[in-house]
Design a protein around this ligand. Structure first.
Ligand SMILES: [Zn+2]
Length: 450
């Protein structure tokens, strides 16, 4: 066991202990979010129409044996809950436009009437995830504690008028004639398919749909996960999150010393360490190559080295491919010293389906916060001249792949979701992609709801 490994084990054990303690002291919010519906199913890969911003597709994975093979749970109720995440209770633009920031005094996020986040409160959401807070009280005559969309799965609950009023406010589903097509991937029993179809039919009925309008593809799949105590799951996940952050910090320190003496650093690396450092080192070497030899039409490092941060920032969201890639690299090279200046431009949260490149770059330099996003997947926005084949080749260069059954297209945001190759780290891959791939406009997180 190398020192590196020993360090990892100590940190992992320590952080599991710490996070278990944290869970107890953080209390009900985390309890609610981590127990119940969360363990039973997960909805990801949200896509919306780029022009109308209407939800277009999402994928739900039902976790067995909890979903349908556990007497305590109601698989149909779970399907209803997840379908409402899929078609609206998620970080879609039209949903976020009605959600106020968390009120620190009450701990709620108010869902309000108007799309500029003003007007009457129609529901109180939880802090984490797009859920109705069961402690929100009675709003417009409806007791929030009886909603299908509370974080916990309550047998017998189904979608109803309260949830309909929220989704109509955000998406106007009652006038869209939504047509939901469930796409079954993998083995489903007839009973399980019945639960999924029950939810789809209920949605068509709830929104008075004749199914002639907005098409929505609901991909559903099942996986097998052991049924651990939620306490352990939380501890382990937090431990891994803490560990990965510490390792990332360690890696950043290593890369600084590598820059000081790159040839010595390279020859001393073991295979495992080499693997961890290659993306950073490669970025550094590529940068050197570009600046040394230049490239007609390329924005060279020398050109950018003296440029003010505001200028680099403006280049990030420009339509000039080489300018945005070069500006991205330069900001990554300068590192955290640019953060105060970037903050002046009021960077936005990136937990939405279409973050700006400048916002992603800001959060990559600052370090991603934990949140409702997958660590082994992300969304891509590419130029119109790119095609499926190019995404596949890009993935080989940068450490991700496009699954066979995954859609790629310009009629939805993002254009596709890709998965990281085993052992790759999300933030490193995103930095690499944004620093080099000219056809990439921006990237998004693969957000999830449970
Ligand atoms: Zn949920």
């Amino acid at each position: 066991m190398s020192n590196f490994d020993r360090f990892g084990v100590v940190v992992l054990l320590g952080s599991i202990a710490l996070s278990s303690a944290a869970k107890v002291s953080l209390g009900d919010v985390i309890m609610d979010e981590d127990v119940g519906a969360n363990a039973i199913a997960t909805t990801t890969k949200f896509e919306e129409n780029p022009d109308t911003l209407i939800p277009f597709a999402a994928t739900t994975t039902f976790h067995e044996p909890l979903w349908s093979k556990n007497q305590r749970n109601d698989p149909t109720s779970v399907a209803h809950h997840e379908l409402l995440h899929a078609i609206g209770f998620a970080s879609y633009h039209n949903m976020l436009d009605h959600l106020q920031p968390v009120n620190p005094a009450t701990g709620f996020r108010n869902f309000v009437r108007n799309a500029d986040r003003t007007g009457a409160t129609l529901a109180k959401f939880t802090v984490q995830g797009k859920h109705i807070d069961p402690k929100g009280g009675v709003i417009n005559g409806f007791d929030q504690n009886t909603s299908l969309m509370v974080p916990d799965s309550i047998p017998g609950r189904q979608m109803g008028l309260f949830e309909k009023s929220i989704l109509d406010t955000a998406f106007d589903w009652s006038h869209k004639n939504i047509s939901i097509t469930p796409k079954f991937v993998g083995p489903f029993t007839a009973t399980e398919m019945g639960s999924v179809n029950n939810a789809v039919n209920a949605a068509h009925t709830l929104f008075n749909s004749n199914k002639s309008g907005s098409k929505f593809t609901w991909t559903v799949t099942v996986d097998q996960v052991p049924e651990p105590s939620s306490f352990f799951v939380f501890g382990a996940c937090s431990g891994i999150a803490v560990l990965s952050r510490l390792l990332a910090a360690r890696k950043a320190r290593a890369s600084i010393s590598t820059r000081g003496n790159s040839s010595v650093g390279l020859s001393n690396m073991t295979g495992r360490k080499l693997d961890r450092r290659v993306p950073l080192l490669a970025a550094f070497l590529a940068w050197g190559a570009i600046s040394a030899w230049g490239d007609p039409g390329e924005v060279s490092r020398d050109d950018l080295a003296g440029r003010p941060v505001s200028e680099l920032l403006a280049a990030l969201d420009s339509k000039t491919k080489h300018a945005r890639v070069a500006a991205t690299s330069e900001l990554f090279r300068r590192g955290r010293v640019v953060l105060p200046e970037l903050r002046l431009s009021n960077p936005q949260d990136i937990e939405n389906l279409h973050p700006k490149r400048s916002d992603v770059v800001y959060h990559l330099i600052a370090g991603f916060e934990p949140g409702n996003y997958l660590k082994d997947s992300f969304g891509l926005y590419v130029e119109r001249n790119a095609d499926r084949q190019e995404i596949i080749k890009m993935g080989r260069r940068r450490g991700f792949f496009l699954e066979e059954r995954e859609d790629f297209g310009f009629n939805h945001n993002p254009n596709c979701y890709v998965k990281l190759q085993p052992g790759k780290e999300l933030e490193a891959v995103l930095r690499d992609v944004l620093s080099h791939e000219r056809n990439v406009i921006t990237v998004s997180l693969n957000l999830f709801e449970n």
